[in-house]
Design a protein around this ligand. Structure first.
Ligand SMILES: O=C1O[C@H](COP(=O)(O)O)[C@@H](O)[C@H](O)[C@H]1O
Length: 232
């Protein structure tokens, strides 16, 4: 279910508006529980938002940032979401935050998923903030249509944690938080930009199979309603 569709005139206004909302949510978590957690997405969309958020003056030393999903590549790979976050979010005031990477220097992705699942569990649950993206194929996180572990990733009874995903169009093997890890975030945002993504959103909100557009699982079954942030 979409709680609210937040529309902005352009990407810069969206980045500032979303950064204000997220900074307030993190600040509230610090006040209420002494610490805050946020899981962010990669891809081409979040760069401006990361830069806006990095400048917000909250107590970043009490914030842990992790990723919704990651490619099984080390942090110096240009396709790494960790690299994107390092260059754009872990800057300025936000450089004081703790970052938990999903990629682990393990023998293979399965071993990395097991290792990082334990580290994510240590953060506690639910996340204070989750920022999802969406591809034009209807994937969110690394829940890709026809992904080899899609059923497990989306199942409500799959435990919180990180699993691997391989799919045509995904490139490298992915590490992704499961649906159960994301769906109850205190603030659950879908951040999308452009007319094509708006059309994809409309299709995803219509009737149809969850496996064809896995983002539908979030709209239909997340216990926290989704706030959609969009700019043309
Ligand atoms: O593969 C991915 O794509 C989505 C959307 O990326 P974008 O480039 O269209 O913004 C992203 O949310 C996800 O984290 C990423 O791994």
């Amino acid at each position: 279910m979409v709680t609210k569709f937040h529309e902005f005139p352009d990407g810069a206004a969206l980045a500032e508006g979303l950064a204000d909302t997220v900074a307030s949510a993190l600040e509230a978590a610090i006040t209420e529980r002494g610490a805050a957690t946020i899981a962010v997405s990669g891809g081409s969309t979040p760069k401006q938002f990361f830069r806006a958020l990095s400048g917000k003056t909250i107590d970043w030393s009490k914030v842990t940032i992790t990723l919704v999903d990651e490619r099984f590549v080390p942090a110096d790979n240009p396709r790494s979401n960790h690299l994107l976050v390092s260059e754009n979010l872990l800057q300025g005031p936000a450089a004081k935050a703790r970052f938990l990477p999903l990629y682990q220097n393990s023998a293979d992705a399965e071993e990395a998923a097991r290792a990082v699942t334990q580290k994510v569990a240590a953060l506690g649950a639910p996340f204070d903030v989750v920022i999802l993206g969406m591809g034009n194929d209807g994937h969110t996180a690394s829940f890709f249509p026809a992904g080899n572990h899609l059923a497990a990733a989306l199942a409500a009874d799959t435990p919180r944690g990180v699993i691997t995903m391989e799919a045509e169009g995904a490139g490298e093997t992915r590490l992704t938080l499961t649906f159960s890890s994301l769906q109850d975030a205190r603030l659950l945002v879908l951040h999308i930009e452009g007319q094509a993504k708006k059309a994809t959103l409309e299709k995803a909100l219509a009737a149809g199979d969850e496996n064809e557009m896995p983002v539908r699982a979030v709209f239909r079954r997340a216990s926290t309603p989704v706030d959609v942030y969009w700019a043309p």
